[in-house]
Design a protein around this ligand. Structure first.
Ligand code: NAD
Length: 731
């Protein structure tokens, strides 16, 4: 069966139905584009056909383009990938333009066939760009449906005419949240925003679209930009109002992205340049910028990590072949900050939760967190009072361990203390000896904690990030004896709560914290050296880190840093590097515990708003007369993380570089434009990386010394994805 089929009814309306077999959502491939193109040709040529409705056989319209296609085109076109990509983009434009012009006379704009899009639900990416080329868009009133152009979130921009059409349809200002932020709307909001034309009850969708097609006049189907005297809503760039928009947009985009995301810049250029020329030329400009973005290694790395590999991990790329471990009832022990969040995301996912704390009021407080969260959702019209009741009904807050009976997964989130965790493990196992026991510890070795368990094969780490409901990554840690069923259980649970998992082995700080801590420490070390804190923080942001290391230290709290430093020192003994202790312990002794105490590296006002650096910092650590250049500071901050990722791979903590890259971006926001630490090393090239690290090691210390793996790869001029990805994908 082909992805698109066509049937013509007695009234002469051809219904083209998109229905990709064996997929829950339609995605566009090269083959399906050819099929659609042929059907359009047939329908336009057939005199018995009065008009066309394009719809889907599923309860959604489409999830977008199959992004693997783009990588394949690049490969197929050998020495001249840009030519292949440009041709592909232009072929897409030709087909969509054919739909838009629908056989009408180019001079009189008469004689075309009306073409409506009927969207039963979610319509994303090319799943909206195709409707935008049609003459009228009908959407079914399905509140959960999402309509929009999320390309920018994976390092692209809409390149199938979506950019050019949306800006001409609604104006640059109104289109900017949709294009620049990838904002998705439900059908009602999409109508209010002017993206779709009509929202109708789902059961009336096809009839409404057909009825419109049958009564549409010549004038109804000519797009405004194909009519004489067309003016862009809100004004083109040299119109006074348009001028304000375009100048403002450029400043806003560069402010937000710090100039590191090529897609955002290219999108702006496509919009600006496209606005100055006729429509067909604008499409050509869009295709050129789209090709430009696809040729940038940042975009392919972002697509690979944030789309292809993220999805592969979510679908269980590294799941052991064990029977279904879907969680029916989860026990969460410790109803503090983390436990409350874990209970919430589980209950929202439809899982029954037993939430236990030492005191009833603490357990109740943990449950109240879910109530507050749902209340906020109701206020923002994202949830209903019925949803709230259903979520709260799923959570039993108690101090009674006997209530855990029937739980097939336990997530422990009590204080970070070996003895307390051991006691909890024993108490839980007395009630449910066969449940998989997961600890949410952030620093304690899993193998060590598993000693309290009667069956270490059923013991595992499931490390959430704070705040649980926002952070997408879950780090699953295998202890020395963790069995396959425990890994499968943790992965199935992660899938149920719709998070992205990585599976790592049990070494100090696992993977994420292992890389974040050196980042923070490098920032602190530079303060001690007299590097201006503003240079440190801005260098981090200008290379795409969401927070500078000093701000991150304040956010995660100085006392936590002190606690980790002390524990590391106790574990490492003489091998411990104490060069950041003076600054960190100094802040701690001064009672500056970070944002939560309204004072840390930064000063804060009464409302907790950052006010710039604390005066005392410059007094204690005066700025050195000679400051390092920006690139050196950026390299120190990025390499110190990336080298830790390489060591984690070398030591077998990471088993799959895809997990390293996806985990780094979702876990702590490692420069997303780069696609993650391994992708970054591939972009700059391992030979350069090794050489630069050797230089940094000579200037700043052995922590930058290139690990043997990197040196070996540099000697062979080998990339990480070339050396490791195929093995990972075959696994
Ligand atoms: P928290 O102090 O907010 O909550 C801990 C809760 O456990 C408290 O409500 C406490 O009353 C309860 N508790 C203590 N002993 C208990 C016992 N014997 N039986 C039942 N309940 C008991 O701490 P948190 O920040 O939620 O951290 C919990 C765990 O998660 C720790 O292991 C921590 O390292 C880990 N973790 C924390 C973060 C974070 O950002 N806070 C991130 C990842 C992991």
């Amino acid at each position: 069966m082909t992805d698109f089929t066509m049937q013509t009814d007695a009234d002469g309306v051809a219904v083209i139905t998109w229905d990709v077999a064996e997929k829950s959502m339609n995605v566009m491939t090269r083959d399906s584009m050819l099929v659609l193109n042929d059907l359009i040709d047939t329908a336009l040529a057939d005199e018995a056909i009065k008009g066309i409705v394009i719809t889907s056989g599923k309860d959604s319209f489409a999830g977008g383009m199959d992004l693997n296609v783009l990588a394949r085109i690049r490969e197929e076109n050998g020495d001249d990938p840009a030519a292949g990509l440009f041709e592909f983009a232009m072929n897409g434009h030709k087909m969509l333009r054919k739909i838009e012009r629908a056989g009408m006379d180019p001079k009189t704009n008469k004689g075309g066939k009306p073409i409506a899009a009927a969207l039963p639900g979610t319509a994303l990416g090319i799943g909206l760009e195709l409707p935008l080329a049609c003459h009228r868009i009908f959407a079914a009133d399905r509140p959960g449906a999402k309509i929009g152009l999320p390309e920018i979130l994976v390092g692209l921009f809409p390149g199938a005419g979506g950019t050019t059409r949306l800006v001409r349809k609604m104006g640059a200002m109104a289109a900017s949240p949709l294009l620049l932020e990838g904002k998705l709307n439900d059908p009602q909001k999409a109508k209010a925003a002017g993206v779709v034309d009509e929202v109708v009850p789902a059961e009336d969708l096809l009839d409404a679209a057909k009825a419109w097609v049958l009564q549409a006049t010549d004038a109804d189907i000519v797009k405004p930009w194909d009519q004489k005297g067309y003016k862009m809503p809100g004004g083109a760039p040299y119109h006074p109002a348009g001028f304000m928009t375009f100048v403002g947009a450029s400043a806003m985009v560069n402010g937000k992205t710090k100039g590191v995301y090529p897609a955002a810049k290219a999108l702006l250029s496509a919009v600006y340049e496209g606005a100055l020329v006729p429509f067909d030329t604008a499409l050509k400009i869009e295709a050129r910028w789209f090709t430009h973005v696809l040729m940038n290694p940042s975009s392919s790395a972002m697509i690979r990590s944030l789309f292809i590999n993220k999805e592969a991990l979510e679908k269980g790329a590294n799941r052991p072949a064990v029977d279904d471990q879907t969680v029916k009832q989860v026990g969460v022990i410790g109803a503090g900050m983390m436990g409350a969040g874990i209970a919430l995301v589980s209950a929202v996912a439809g899982i029954k939760v037993v939430l236990i704390d030492a005191k009833q009021d603490a357990a109740d407080k943990g449950k109240a967190y879910s109530a507050d969260y749902m209340d906020k959702g109701i206020a923002r019209k994202k949830a209903t009072p019925e949803n709230k009741t259903a979520v709260l009904d799923r959570i039993t807050a108690t101090t009674d361990y006997a209530a855990l009976e029937g739980c097939d997964l336990i997530v422990e989130a009590v204080f970070e203390d070996v003895a307390i965790k051991a006691e909890v493990t024993r108490k839980v196992q007395a009630v449910c000896p066969d449940a998989i026991f997961a600890t949410n510890t952030s620093t304690l070795p899993i193998t060590e904690l598993a000693k309290a368990s009667t069956d270490p094969t059923n013991f595992i780490g499931i490390h959430f990030f704070s705040p649980v409901e926002k952070m997408m990554l879950v780090e699953i840690i295998k202890g020395a004896d963790t069995g396959e069923r425990a890994v499968a259980k943790a992965l199935d649970f992660t899938r149920q709560i719709r998070k992205t998992p990585i599976v790592v082995n049990d070494e100090r700080f696992f993977f994420a914290n292992r890389c974040i801590i050196p980042y923070i420490n490098e920032g602190i070390r530079m303060v001690k050296e007299g590097v201006a804190p503003a240079l440190i923080e801005n260098a981090a942001k200008l290379v795409g880190m969401p927070l500078g290391p000093l701000q991150l230290a304040d956010e995660t709290s100085i006392d936590l840093g002190v606690k980790i430093a002390k524990a590391t020192k106790a574990a490492l003994g003489a091998a411990y590097d104490d060069s950041t202790d003076e600054v960190l312990f100094g802040l701690f002794d001064a009672g500056r515990l970070g944002r939560k105490s309204n004072g840390g590296f930064y000063a804060y006002d009464d409302k907790g708003k950052r006010q710039g650096f604390w005066d005392g910092l410059a007094e204690k650590y005066p700025h050195a007369a000679e400051q390092p250049d920006l690139i050196t500071v950026q390299h120190r901050l990025l390499f110190v993380q990336a080298l830790e990722a390489v060591r984690a791979l070398e030591e077998g903590v990471l088993e799959d570089i895809r997990e390293g890259d996806v985990g780094a971006i979702l876990g702590w926001g490692f420069a997303p434009w780069s696609g993650g630490p391994f992708s970054w090393l591939d972009i700059i090239g391992t030979p350069y990386a090794a050489e630069r690290c050797a230089q940094l090691a000579a200037d700043h210390g052995d922590r930058f010394a290139p690990p043997a793996l990197l040196r070996d790869m540099a000697d062979k001029a080998q990339g990480f994805y070339r050396r490791f990805a195929s093995a990972a994908e075959a696994a």
